[in-house]
Design a binder for this molecule. Sequence first.
Ligand code: CMP
Length: 839
Amino acid sequence: MQDVSVVLFGMAALLALVSLLPPLATRLTVPYTVLLAVVGTTLGVCIRFSNIFDRYGLPGDFLRVLGEIHLSAESFQVMFLPALLFEAALTIDVRRLLEDIAPILMLAVVAVLVSTVAVGFAVSPFTDVPLVGCLMLGAILATTDPTAVISIFRDLGAPRRLSLLVAGESLLNDAAAIVLFTLLLAMLTGEQEPSVLGASLAFLRSFFGAMVVGYGMGRLFCHIVPWLRDLPLSEVSLTVSFAYLTYILADHYLGFSGVVAVVVNALVVGSIGRTRISPATWGDLELTWRQLGFWASSMIFLLAAMLVPQNLSMVSVKDAMLLGVVMVAALAARATVLFGLLPLLSALKLAQHISLRHSTVILWGGLRGALSLTLALAVTESPDIDPYIQHFVAVLAPGYVLLTLFLHGTTLRGLIHLLRLDRLSPTDLAMRNRALALALASVAEKVEAMSREFHVNPDVTQRTVKQYVERQAAIERELARAQGLSADDRLYIGLVILINREEELYLQNFKVGIISRPVVEALTDRTGWLLDGVRAERLAGYEQAAREALGFSRHMLWALRLQRRLNLRRPLARRLSLRFEALLINRAVLLSLEDLNRRMLTPLLGGTAAATLGMTLAYRRGLVDQALTALKVRYPDYAPVVEFQYLKRAALRMEESEYSVMYAESIISQEILNDLRHDIKRRWRAVEQPLQLDLGLHLPDLIARVPIFAGLPEDRLTVIARLLSPRLALPDEVLVRLGDRGDSMYFIASGQVEVKMAGESAPIVLGAGDFFGEMALLTGEPRAADVRSLGYCHLLDLAEPDFRRLIEQDEDLRRHIMTVAAERRVAAGLQPDARVEAK
Ligand code: CMP
C-alpha cells in the first residue's frame, strides 16, 4: 500500500510541471504533446537512475516518489479515460455531427479496421508473433490524437466542417479502436474464440450495448439535472459523477465498452442536457471539463511516457526495422482512407470535398498519443500474454508513438508552410490592408483629439501622429500598387463579414439569456446555410439560402403531423411560438446589420458594394416581414406577447449591467449588488417561462365560422363536431393535389386557399366559410385541381366515411354541397356528372 502523501506529492509536482509546459510549447513552436513526450521520457530516464539523484534533496525525492507510484494500466484507464473522452465529446456539436454521421462513422470505424488490418498483415511476415498479436498492435496504433491538427486548422481558419469531421472521427475512432483492441487482447489470452464471426458479433455487442447504456445514463442525467436548477456546483458535479458511473456501469457490470458509453453519454448531455442547464452554468461546466480534460490528457501522457525508456532500452536492430514497416503500413492505410475513401464519399455527396492540400495535412497530422501508450501498457502488464508478444508491443507501440510525435509533430508546421496553407490569399491580403489603413486613420484622429483634451505638447503629439500617418501612407501606396479588389470580391467579403456578425449577434443574445436555445440553434444553423450559399454561388447563393432559411423546419413538419394524426397540439404550438421568436429576433438583427453596413462596410468596401449589400439586407428583411405578417394575421394577439417578453428580458439584462457598472465605479457595495442581483434573479424566473401559443383550434369556434353549419340545432351540431377534425395549414402548403385520390374534404374556418385547375385558367381564391375537396368524394374521380393555402388557415377536415355518413343524414347539407360541386364542374369545363346533380 502506498502512502497517500507520496502519491499526492508526485502528482502535485507533475501538475506543476504540466502547467509550465504550454507556454514553453508556444515559445518553441512545437505541439504541446511533443513536449510532454520529451519531458515524460526524460523523467523516465531519470527515474531509472534515481539513485544518482538521491543526494539532491527535494528533486531527488520527487524522482524517487515518481518511481514508486505504480499505476496499473487499468487504473490509468479508469482514472483518466472517462475524463478525457467526456470532455472531447462534450465540446462536439451533436446536431452538426449527426448531419455528417455517415462519413464520420465510416471514417472512424472503417479507417480503424483498415489501419488495424494493414499494420497487422504488414508486420506479420517479419515476426514470430501470431497474426492476432500483430493485429492487436494495429488496433493500438489506429487511434489518432486530433489536438495538433485541430489547433492548426483553427489557426488557418479552415472550414468548420473540416474540423468537425476530424474531431468526430478521432473521438469515434478512439472508441472503435479500444473495442477492437479489447477483443483482440481477449483472443490472445484465450478468453475469446479467434473467429471472424465471433469477433464481429462481440464487437457489435460491445459497441451497441455501450451506446444503449450511454444513452440511458444521458437521459437519466437530463431527468435529474432540472432539480438542481441554479445550483451550478451541484450541476457540474453531477456531470463528473455520471461520466465515471457510466464508464463503470458499462465496463465493469455489463461487459460493454466503457469508452463508447462515456462518449455517448457526453453527446446526450451536450445536446439534450444543455437545454436543461442555464447558459451561464453551461459556461462554468465547460470550463470545469476543459480543466479536467487538460489534467487527464497531460497526466496520462506524462505517466505513460515515463514508462517508455524502460521498454525502449531493449530495442534491437530487428525492432527498428519492424518500426519502419509499421510506419509505412500505417501511413499507407491512412492515405488509402484519405485519398481513396473520402473522395468517394464526396463524389456520393456524403461528405464535403476536402482539398488535396488539406488531406495531406491530415495524413501527416495523424499523430498517435496517450491512448496508444495506455493500451500498450495494458498488454505489457497482462500476465496471460507471452513475454515475447509483450516485448513486441512494448517496443513497437511507444516507438511508433514517439516517431509520429517527433517526426510528424515537429515538421507539421513546415509542411503547412510548404503547402502555402498559412498564407493569406491575395483577397485576404488586400482586405487586411484596407482594414489596416482605416484603423490607422482613425487612431491618428483619436490621438490628436486626446492630446488636445489633455493639453499634450504639440510637438510630442505631432511626432506620435506622424508615425501613424506615415504607416497609413505606406499601406495606401501598397494598396494602389497591388491589384485592387474586384467588385465581385468586395461583395463576397462583405457578405462573409455580415454572416459572421449575424451569427455573433445571435450568440450574444443567447448568452445573456434573451433568446432561447432552440431559437439560437435554428438561427445559427441558417447562418451556416448562408455561408455555404455564398461560398458556392456568392450573392445568388446568399439570396437563395435566405429564402430557404424561412422555410418550415423538419421539426415543424413533424409537429404538424402529430397534430393531424393524433391531435397533439402542444408541439405545434411550441414550434409556432419559436418561429415567432426567431422571426422577431431575425428582424432586429437584420436592422443592426444594415446599420453596420452603412457605418463600417461603406468605407471598407466602397459605396457600390455597400449599396448592393444594403439592398440584399433590405430584401431579406422584406422576406422576414412577409413571414412575420403571415403569422400576425392569424395570431394578432400573440406577437405583442412575444415582443413584450423579449423586451422584458432585455430590460432586465440592462438593469443588471447598470448595477455592475455602479459596483465597478464603487457607487454601491458588494452587499447591495448581491441584493439587487437576487431581486433580478427572482424576476428573471417569471420571464424565463416558455410562452404558450393558443393555436385557435377549438372545434365549436371553428364550426361557428362556417355558415352552412349555422342554424343547425344543438344536437346535430354535436354529432357533426364529432366527425370534423380541426387542423392548421401552413402558408403555401399543398392541401389537395391535382390527380390524387380524394380521401377528405375541408371547410375553411379562417384564412384563404387558392384553387388552381389544370390548364391556363386563373386561380380561384376561396375564403372563410367555403369548402373544397368535395368533388373527388362525390364522383370518386381524381382531384380536379391543386389547392394551396395562402397564409396560415384553420380548416375542418372531414374524412370520406364521415362525409358519406353526414350527407346521408343531412339532406340540406347534401343538396348544398352538390349544387356547389356542380357549379364548379361547369366552371372547370368538366362534363356534368349525375353523381353531382342534386336531386
Ligand atoms: P376535388 O376535385 O376533390 O379537389 C380539388 C378541389 O378544388 C375540388 O374538389 C373543389 O373543391 C375545388 N375546385 C375545383 N374547381 C373549382 C372551382 N371552379 N371553383 C372553386 N373550387 C373549385
